[in-house]
Design a protein. Structure first.
Length: 202
């Protein structure tokens, strides 16, 4: 056999990330890396939402940030939103609007996500486009966390490479409940494995 064990349980990485961030405490996480998902833990029961990939989901992910920033740079040309230093930078890097369209059509989710650090850097400097992209992502996070059952007083962990950058854009009641992750996903996986071991007949 491939695995020399009597009993095996297969879990995806969302459960490990949730348990790693919260330990055994109740709370929620918004995991925003190249992709995204949202999860809650209540009395040991886990609930998940999102995570449907870059075409149909991945709200507030790095991919979302990169794609949204490029879209807003094009809107600034039309006059549908104000021009900004970030818009000018993106247009220059892509050699104009046609370059943005060409890049966006060919780029992988990770290549679009690679623009996220540039967006957060400009947002920290007060760039209007960068801030609006992060505000939009924060609205998605707030809606998803409410959907999965967050309530005032429950810890909220923002995980993944882009997740913590949304903190100042969340509603004030959610900002008040932001909590650093307890540990890494690996620790969460070990905790789940230990629980599984206890469930096995002796």
């Amino acid at each position: 056999t491939a695995l020399p064990f009597t009993r095996v349980r297969i879990e995806d990485d969302r459960a490990a990330a949730l348990r790693g961030a919260l330990g055994r405490a109740d709370g929620v996480i918004a995991h925003c890396g190249t992709g995204s998902f949202f999860a809650a833990q209540t009395d040991g029961t886990m609930r998940f939402a999102g995570g449907w990939g870059p075409v149909l989901g991945d709200e507030a992910s790095a991919h979302f940030v990169g794609k949204a920033a490029l879209g807003m740079a094009l809107k600034s040309i039309d006059g549908r939103c104000a021009a900004s230093p970030l818009a000018e930078r993106l247009l220059a890097d892509c050699e104009g609007a046609a370059g943005i369209v060409r890049f966006a059509g060919l780029a992988s989710p990770s290549e679009l996500g690679a623009l996220a650090p540039l967006v957060t850097e400009f947002a920290k400097q007060g760039d209007l486009l960068g801030e609006e992209v992060l505000r939009s992502g924060a609205r998605d996070i707030a809606a998803m966390l409410s959907l999965i059952g967050w309530s005032n007083g429950q810890p909220i962990c923002l995980t993944g490479g882009i997740g913590p950058h949304y903190a100042p854009y969340l509603p004030s009641d959610m900002q008040a409940d932001l909590t650093p992750p307890v540990d890494e996903p690996l620790a969460g996986a070990l905790s789940l494995a230990a629980e599984f071991a206890l469930e096995m007949p002796s």
